[in-house]
Design a protein around this ligand. Structure first.
Ligand code: AMP
Length: 304
């Protein structure tokens, strides 16, 4: 089934205890579409960059089969730029710079060929733009998954609440769930957030795994304990890209299948953090992914 993904396509500059990068390819839309591309389902990307964005970076997406017809390039404008620093505890990071640049005026144009998509992934981006994308689709997709972050809760909470009413699955981290709900307990937070629109909620807890909530049901998937986490940037987007990629491939949106999708998303994210930026994702093989999913099965499976 075809998947439409929107999200930032960006320059990132990252600092971790292992080293520092200059501007490299990043952005939620980038990690989502690279991750979803492993599920051999058509991935169509709608995003915007400035004319400073290298053709080689766009080629990197095309090489993975991502359709970039919907990627606009704005003459005379600069690409979205984000810089972040991680400390020894890689679970928390400081955002050093967020320059919206071209993202500030983004008008998401949906190519005709993208209409009729069954799965829609609204990656991290201005909530008003996320809503515009939904409104511009002639047919409502079978499943709409949305990611967002504290930045948008701080500057555009009303717009964010408005788009929440139109989606099926919200995917955020634990801090964001607490900020959005005003509740500390994640279980209480989930109850409140499920009252805001989405029928399903995923709460990511970084190296502590992810929780899936739907009605009274809860599922937990651990993160794979890795010897070395090199750079967590994009792990959340890679996770959700894998989640929706798996759902689009299997075309089954039951809770049971979402549980499997969470495991596939977690496996993709475990690769993402092994190298800087998108480096590990682009060299990954499908066989490596399958064998890592088996590791999750062994890690979390037990009999009573
Ligand atoms: P993650 O580590 O999965 O939370 O996502 C990191 C990616 O999100 C980076 O590649 C950034 O370019 C991108 N990003 C950071 N802040 C924003 C924002 N406010 N809007 C859209 N994308 C962002």
């Amino acid at each position: 089934m075809s998947l439409l993904a929107i999200g930032s396509v960006a320059f990132d500059a990252i600092e971790t205890p292992y080293g520092k990068t200059d501007k490299i390819i990043g952005g939620a839309g980038t990690f989502i579409s690279l991750s979803a591309s492993y599920f051999k389902t058509p991935v169509n990307l709608v995003a915007v960059v400035g004319d400073d964005f290298p053709e080689a970076y766009i080629q990197l997406l095309k090489d993975k089969g991502v359709d970039t017809t919907g990627l606009q390039m704005k003459e005379g404008e600069k690409s979205f730029f984000w810089a972040g620093r991680y400390h020894n505890n890689m679970n928390s990071r400081d955002t050093l710079v967020t320059e919206l640049n071209v993202l500030g005026t983004f008008d998401p144009i949906i190519p005709d060929a993208y209409q009729g998509c069954e799965y829609l992934m609204l990656g991290n981006l201005t909530p008003a733009v996320q809503q515009t994308v939904i409104e511009r689709l002639v047919k409502r997709p079978k499943l709409i998954v949305m990611d967002t972050m504290n930045f948008w809760m701080n500057v555009a909470m009303d717009d964010l609440k408005s788009v929440l009413q139109l989606i099926d699955v919200l995917c955020i981290n634990d801090e964001e769930a607490r900020q959005l709900s005003g509740e500390y307990s994640l279980r209480t937070a989930a109850k409140k957030i499920l009252g805001m629109g989405p029928k399903t909620l995923i709460i990511k807890k970084g190296e502590h795994g992810a929780l899936l909530f739907q009605e009274e049901k809860i599922f937990f998937c651990p993160a794979l304990p890795l010897e070395e986490v090199f750079d967590p940037t994009g792990a959340g987007d890679t996770f959700v890209g894998g989640f929706i990629g798996y759902l689009a491939k299997t075309d089954d949106i039951s809770f049971e299948n979402m549980k499997r999708a969470i495991v596939y998303g977690s496996a993709m994210a475990s690769f993402c953090v092994e190298k800087f930026g998108t480096e590990r994702l682009v060299e990954l093989s499908y066989e490596e992914l399958l064998s890592r999913v088996q590791e999750f099965k062994t890690l979390a499976g037990f009999e009573v």
